[in-house]
Design a protein around this ligand. Structure first.
Ligand SMILES: Nc1ncnc2c1ncn2[C@@H]1O[C@H](COP(=O)(O)OP(=O)(O)OP(=O)(O)O)[C@@H](O)[C@H]1O
Ligand SMILES: [Mg+2]
Length: 329
């Protein structure tokens, strides 16, 4: 079966006074139809850049300089803009980061959802109203909020209205960028449950992006670990949590607070993301990696398959069995 979305060796840069920021730097990823993949990455790892690149809506200083993005076998990067207009929202929708600004302040939230539907298909006013009510129910907003303006809604309600907008046209692929960020834990829980509900009800292909790997793990079938503009590891979510193979993934999982390891509660991984203007040669992670050897500083590793995991590390086989809890010594 052909993957629904296939990203091949994608390179995206931003032009800045300091130089070219290589925000996405040789990223490859495949998503099968109806598969939900969570991309976990620290702040600055390039999640938003990836999301915006798929829809080709990068800010003006951003440029896609290499790679392919196939959607149903068709390269989105070589499509003319008018073809992309038919795909955005209708087939691929995006729940964008920073929900505060994403809804238009002058229109009722339900109106904005109705407009999104009407833009892509002829529907009678009655049908639109029925659909909007149903969509609002599916995101736990209820009909009583259809006529509310964004400023009359809480952060959590606006986030749900954004999800309503994203599912309104029954898209085949939904991308959600940091859907849980900035929300308190109770609202986060609601968003997790709503996204799980959408996965079951609409069965879309989904690409969720967050720094919160636990939240992603509750919804996704697979997890992809992103670092400095690249994907380091992709595997079934249980495999990532129980048997992480890349040294970076081991560090992340070993840092997750757990009851057995209360001592480690407040530890996060030492070091920072490398400069994206002058990223380290070879493997992007070597300056932070306890297992790095000479070759890691010279040569960028290719992704290799271990079991059903894809791992981008020269020593993936050698370090595969080291427990994440030993990562911290
Ligand atoms: N418009 C821009 N101009 C210049 N550099 C940018 C721009 N947008 C992002 N960057 C840089 O590109 C890199 C990737 O940023 P991006 O926003 O894609 O990461 P992210 O994973 O979404 O981070 P976050 O978790 O904070 O949302 C970072 O180094 C960031 O500083
Ligand atoms: Mg982002």
């Amino acid at each position: 079966m052909e993957p629904k979305l296939k990203i091949e060796n994608l390179h995206v840069v931003y032009d800045t006074k300091e130089g070219e920021v290589r925000a996405v730097d040789g990223l490859s990823l495949e998503l099968n139809e109806k598969e939900v993949i969570g991309i976990a990455g620290e702040t600055g790892s390039g999640k938003t850049t990836l999301a915006l690149s798929i829809l080709r809506i990068l800010p003006t200083n951003g440029r896609i300089v290499g790679g392919k993005i196939y959607f149903d076998g068709e390269d989105l990067l070589s499509l003319p803009e008018e073809e992309l207009l038919k795909i955005r929202q209708a087939k691929i929708s995006l729940i964008i980061q920073q929900s505060g600004k994403a809804l238009h302040p002058m229109f009722e939230s339900g109106w904005q959802v109705a407009e999104a539907i009407y833009w892509h298909e002829d529907a009678t006013p009655e049908e639109l109203s029925r659909r909007v009510s149903k969509i609002f129910d599916n995101v736990w907003l209820g009909k009583e909020n259809v006529f509310k303006f964004p400023e009359e809604m809480s952060m959590g309600m606006r986030q749900r209205a954004l999800i309503a907008l994203a599912i309104s046209t029954n898209p085949e692929l939904i991308i959600a960028d940091e859907p849980f960020k900035g929300l308190d834990v109770i609202i986060q829980r609601q968003i997790i449950e709503i996204l799980k509900g959408i996965k079951l009800k609409y069965k879309p292909t989904m690409l969720l992006m967050s720094h919160n790997i636990n939240a992603l793990g509750e919804i996704a079938h697979k997890l992809a670990i992103m670092y400095a503009g690249q994907i380091f590891e992709v595997a079934e979510k249980d495999e990532i949590f129980q048997n992480p193979k890349h040294p970076y993934t081991k560090g992340l999982i070993g840092a997750i607070p757990s009851l057995k390891r209360l001592k480690r509660r407040l530890i996060s991984m030492p070091g920072n993301l490398p400069s994206m203007i002058n990223p380290p040669k070879g493997c992007r992670f070597w300056p932070r990696c306890p297992y790095a050897k000479e070759i890691c500083k010279r040569e960028a590793p290719k992704a290799i398959k271990i079991g059903n995991s894809l791992v981008r590390c020269h020593f993936a086989e050698e370090v595969a069995d080291i427990s994440p809890w030993d990562f911290w010594g």
